[in-house]
Design a protein around this ligand. Structure first.
Ligand code: 5GP
Length: 193
């Protein structure tokens, strides 16, 4: 029995990372740690939040074909290493990937049979006024970064229809209840057996 590969996208501030991390903590899934060239935020740890790479190291992994997908998001490179994901799925473990709309689109085009059978995706949608309030409340990003993220959110929302599922964000607990219900339901797909 294969595990489920659940791609989770949504704008910064949608709470998608929190949902994925909490499901991991509760033993429902593994979290795929991405590589990025962006600088760590205060409190972020290498190998836990991301694998923080230099531009040169990232480019070398692209050249070596080590990424399942990679994309430029908010001016930085992000990518997911292929190796871990397929091994986990074959061992029957669920994997959640917190990636942007471009990354999701490229995994949808992936021809690997395991990825195709295990694949599912969900878009976390947040009404725009609520999203702005959340980004400001976080107090981690500069004003120009917040403005860039709001513009990107509008573009990402326009691609919500590409996803199989949409979760309209309400509050933390309700979001988590629906998210874990989705994970459990996806685990019942006949494509996994
Ligand atoms: P942040 O820098 O705020 O942690 O993430 C910025 C954006 O990059 C988010 O939309 C996040 O989902 C996306 N992201 C994180 N890891 C990956 C990845 O491996 N591939 C892609 N395509 N996007 C990613």
């Amino acid at each position: 029995m294969l595990g489920t590969l659940l791609i989770v996208s949504g704008p910064s501030g949608s709470g998608k990372t929190t949902l994925c991390r909490r499901a991991e903590k509760d033993g429902l899934t593994c979290y795929s740690i991405s590589c990025t060239t962006r600088q760590p935020r205060p409190g972020e740890q290498d190998g836990v939040d991301y694998h923080f790479l230099t531009q040169e190291d990232f480019a070398a992994k692209v050249a070596a074909g080590e990424f399942l997908e990679h994309a430029t998001v908010h001016g930085n490179s992000y990518g997911t290493l292929k190796s871990d994901i397929i091994d986990l799925l074959q061992a029957g473990r669920n994997v959640v990937m917190d990636i942007d709309v471009q990354g999701a689109a490229s995994i949808r085009r992936c021809e690997d049979a395991i990825i195709r059978r295990a694949y599912a995706d969900v878009y976390i949608h947040v009404p725009s006024a609520e999203l702005e309030a959340r980004l400001r409340g976080r107090q981690t990003d500069a004003e120009e970064v917040i403005q860039l993220r709001l513009r990107n959110a509008a573009e990402e929302d326009a691609r919500q229809g590409e996803y199989q599922y949409a979760l309209v964000s309400a509050d933390r607990e309700s979001d988590y209840t629906r998210f874990t219900a989705l994970l459990r339901t996806l685990g019942m797909r006949t494509s996994l057996s």
